[in-house]
Design a protein around this ligand. Structure first.
Ligand code: AMP
Length: 395
């Protein structure tokens, strides 16, 4: 795989697949620009070499062609401020005017293309559409790790039309950090798995059983494990058909000598809302009409002790419904423990997959851990051992 540092972009027009899928509010203002900021080093390297950048991305989930809400034109000004230079905009990602605009670019110029997903061909991985896009640049750079698990036209299919395919810095960092955790973890290695469902995490949990010393289980998936072991879980989240699987995981963990650490207590609510009545209940003793929405204080202590002693930490999924401030205590405490392990114990901490990135940023600790993945589902699939089409296309 060609790295960005090994490639000289002088005089080249780099067609860069970026992940600018940022949230916008009703006034079309960006509410979280993490993904855009993450790509700036890639763009700067190319511009500093004397190249021009043609940026392409998707935004949101447009259903029927172009719409105002999902237009990338809303990103032009913010991007121009971030880069400290003007950004041109092509209001169609293919077609003659995009071709002309790309052809007119001078070294140091930046052109942002309109939303790729205004064409249904993008997600279909349409070869002819990919070929049209490919006409815009001399070299393809893929820096969109967040969509690397999709074989879309711009993320993978397009690769065949370029002899020069280059891995961007974000993509590189995501792969390197995931590899470091999977292949070179310093021990003790603790994985913290939370979030809503076991079904989303089963493959990664199984893979991690071969690698970790400690597996902490929290969040909504806990209750399926507890129920499978005969506990009372009230109206907590349950995947009834996954109970067998939950027991199998526990058996496998035992056989492999992995220390599985489950909640001792839970903060329960009588309603799925921030203002619900609350009580702390021992694990497996949740009364009818109540549901576990966070880990309890004894669990927080237990989890924190394990995390703080770890040298490698992978955290995927919140410990509770962290979107409700009254049930974010457990998640925030774990975030604090991850920071402590990182800063005081020299641990390598990787946060990512699902909602974990927003959980750590929400807790205000995003910049005090080793790496927060922008990957979501892509990171999960990479860690499950799957080949990501967007990575494979760079070979
Ligand atoms: P994931 O995308 O798998 O990381 O799941 C994140 C979601 O899980 C968040 O929206 C949380 O609100 C939700 N979640 C975490 N714990 C619970 C719980 N105990 N009950 C219901 N939902 C939960």
């Amino acid at each position: 795989m060609k790295t960005l540092d090994a490639y000289n972009f002088a005089g080249k027009k780099a067609l860069i697949r970026v992940d600018f899928n940022v949230p916008l509010n009703e006034r079309f203002e960006i509410t979280d620009d993490t993904r855009m900021k993450a790509t700036l080093p890639t763009i700067s390297k190319i511009l500093n070499d004397g190249g021009a950048c043609i940026l392409m991305s998707h935004l949101g989930r447009p259903k029927n062609g172009p719409d105002e809400k999902n237009s990338l034109k809303h990103l032009v000004n913010p991007l121009s401020v971030m880069l400290g230079r003007p950004v041109k905009f092509a209001d169609d990602c293919i077609g003659q005017s995009a071709v002309d605009q790309a052809a007119a670019l001078q070294p140091g110029d930046v052109l942002l293309l309109e939303n790729l997903r205004f064409y249904k061909e993008e997600e279909k991985g349409d070869v002819a559409f990919a070929e049209k896009l490919s006409k815009l640049g001399d070299v393809w750079v893929n820096d969109a790790f967040g969509t690397a698990h999709r074989a879309h036209a711009s993320t993978a299919v397009i690769g065949q039309f370029f002899s020069d395919r280059v891995c961007g810095y974000v993509m590189q960092a995501e792969i390197d950090n995931a590899q470091r955790v999977l292949e070179n973890a310093e021990r003790p290695f603790t994985a913290i798995m939370g979030g809503a469902k076991i079904s989303d995490k089963i493959l990664i949990i199984e893979r991690l059983l071969d690698k970790v010393d400690n597996l902490i289980i929290g969040g909504g998936m806990t209750y399926t494990f507890v129920k499978a072991q005969g506990g009372q879980i009230g109206k907590s989240l349950l995947e009834a058909d996954k109970q067998e699987l939950a027991l199998e995981i526990l058996e496998k963990a035992k056989a492999k000598g992995v220390n599985i650490i489950m909640p001792l207590d839970n903060v329960c609510a009588d309603d799925f809302s921030n203002n619900a009545n609350r009580q702390v209940v021992a694990s497996g003793q949740i009364p009818d009409g109540w549901e576990g929405l966070d880990i309890g204080p004894e669990t927080v202590k237990l989890f924190m002790e394990t995390v703080e002693k770890s040298k490698t930490i992978l955290w995927n999924g919140p410990m509770g419904v962290f979107e409700f401030p009254n049930f974010a205590t457990g998640t925030n405490a774990i975030a604090k423990a991850v920071v402590k392990a990182t800063e005081e114990n020299g641990a390598f901490s990787l946060i990512g997959g699902g909602d974990s990135a927003s959980a750590i940023n929400n807790a205000g600790f995003g910049d005090r851990v080793s790496y927060v993945s922008t990957g979501g589902g892509a990171l999960l699939e990479y860690m499950e051992g799957k080949t990501l089409p967007g990575v494979a296309a760079l070979a």
